[in-house]
Design a binder for this molecule. Structure first.
Ligand code: BGC
Length: 450
């Protein structure tokens, strides 16, 4: 995984808490711990899941709704019901998450159970165990993992039948040849020079074959984290320039083949605010997504874009992290708001899902481009359809919290210097493998708390 960013000066912003919020002050929202009552003459008015504001009562403030806490309700059956909007937000038509129970991946549940067994403190252990009930995506980062998809779908199908609510399985398609072309930590198993494109097509064919017998299970797929963003900003890196045509052919093939199944909904990965959200990158990004989508035949099951996958940005930041200086799109909501109109006008479906799995604690990075095992990260907002933003179908947990971003061992073949920066938690094992200390920190620093 890789992301670009600019070094910014560190500034300390004043923090203040009032007993009662002033007119136009914040009075609620996820992560808000300040006053929830408003100065006389104003009413706490819901703006989005992250922000309620004291608006003058005579100015429409009295007519608004107030924020309602968001969370997930878990079921012992192995699925979890993601909350549907409880506010005035109208769910976007065609949101593929609506009306489904999200399948809990047994692989992640097993990782979490094993991790919890190694935690001695009873309170932390209980919190850690509760993470197994929060849905995450399953990454198919090698072709050898693909057969397990059929096993998951069979369980998900059975759960859907017994509960009466269909299941939804969340997957990440992640096996491009010359993968992670601008970084080293997640270099993959296929190489372009060694039949990589044909191997990738076969990988996609195998995924399609696994899904085909289960038309009753909905599948949401994130397509190839970082790949297209690298083609927008990192063509100066030789490996990315060499990979360009192959990435385009492979992502097109993935979109087209997955679209032969009407129960699969795909979101192309779109980096994050600190990458494609820089003003100069927005248009090139929109153009790339749109041209690829159109050349694939505008598949109806391509739903939109996934942002912040495995990154650490807030959906709505309470205030800009100083490292974002220079980019007005300092959080995912601002990035999405800037990108969406460009997509809509060029004919790409402007729907989004946003990873908040590890975004619970903000202002912990020294530079926005720091992406590897960021020290002090906490689990973030739980998956929900109550996003407060009509273009955002769902807040998701895409990166399974506790799985490593990359090794800090400088002699490893996949060593990337980002994983040895001073804000990277160390010592860190290989990307994708379990990082116990990092997981425990995610648990203890979770925001909202577990
Ligand atoms: C790794 C993958 C892993 C994924 C999810 C990536 O950074 O390269 O192997 O499956 O993260 O943890």
């Amino acid at each position: 995984m890789f992301s670009t960013g600019l070094l910014a000066l560190v500034a300390i912003l004043p923090a203040f808490v009032n007993a009662q919020s002033p007119i136009f002050g914040q009075c609620g929202g996820i992560g808000w711990s300040g006053a929830t009552t408003c100065a006389s003459g104003s009413t706490c008015t819901f703006s989005n899941a992250y922000y309620s504001q004291c608006l003058p009562s005579s100015n429409g403030g009295g007519g608004g709704t107030t924020t309602t806490p968001v969370g997930t309700t878990t079921k012992p059956s192995g699925t979890t019901t993601v909350t549907t909007p409880v506010t005035s937000q109208t769910p976007a038509a065609g949101n593929p998450f609506t009306g489904h129970n999200i399948f809990l991946t047994p692989f992640y549940a097993a990782e979490v159970a094993a991790a919890a067994a190694n935690i001695t403190d009873a309170t932390t252990k209980a919190k850690a165990l509760s993470v197994a009930n929060i849905p995450t995506f399953t990454w198919f980062d090698t072709v050898s993992k693909v057969p397990s998809l059929g096993t998951y779908l069979a369980s998900a199908s059975a759960q859907g039948k017994s509960s009466g609510t269909p299941s939804l399985v969340q997957i990440i398609v992640y096996d491009l040849p010359d993968r992670d072309c601008a970084a080293a930590a997640s270099n993959g198993e296929f190489s372009i020079a060694d039949n990589g494109q044909a191997n990738y097509f076969n990988y996609i064919d195998q995924i399609v074959a696994q899904i085909k017998p289960f038309p009753d299970v909905r599948v949401v797929a994130i397509i190839e984290p970082d790949s297209l963003a690298n083609l927008v900003t990192n063509l100066s890196v030789q490996k990315c320039a060499n990979a360009q045509t192959t990435y385009l052919a492979c992502v097109t093939y993935a979109m087209q083949q997955l679209s032969t199944l009407s129960n699969v909904f795909s979101y192309l990965d779109a980096g994050h605010a600190g990458w494609l959200g820089w003003p100069a990158n927005l248009s090139p990004a929109a153009q790339l997504f749109t041209s690829l989508y159109k050349s694939a035949g505008s598949p109806s099951t391509v739903r939109g874009l996934a942002t912040n996958v495995a990154n650490y940005n807030a959906l709505v930041a309470a205030s800009p992290d100083p490292i974002t200086q220079g980019n007005n799109n300092y959080d995912e909501a601002l990035y999405i708001a800037a990108l969406a109109p460009l997509l809509t006008s060029s004919g790409f479906p402007a729907h989004f899902i946003v990873d908040q799995g590890r975004s619970g604690v903000q202002n912990i990075r020294q530079a926005w481009g720091d992406w590897c095992n960021v020290k002090g990260a906490g689990f973030g907002t739980r998956p929900t359809l109550n996003t407060g933003i009509s273009a955002v179908d769902a807040i998701v947990w895409a990166k399974p919290g506790g799985e490593c971003d990359g090794t800090s061992n400088s002699s490893a073949a996949r060593f990337d210097f980002h994983c040895a920066l001073s804000d990277a938690d160390q010592p860190a094992p290989e990307a994708g493998t379990w990082f116990q200390e990092f997981f425990t920190t995610l648990v203890t620093k979770a925001n909202p708390p577990l």
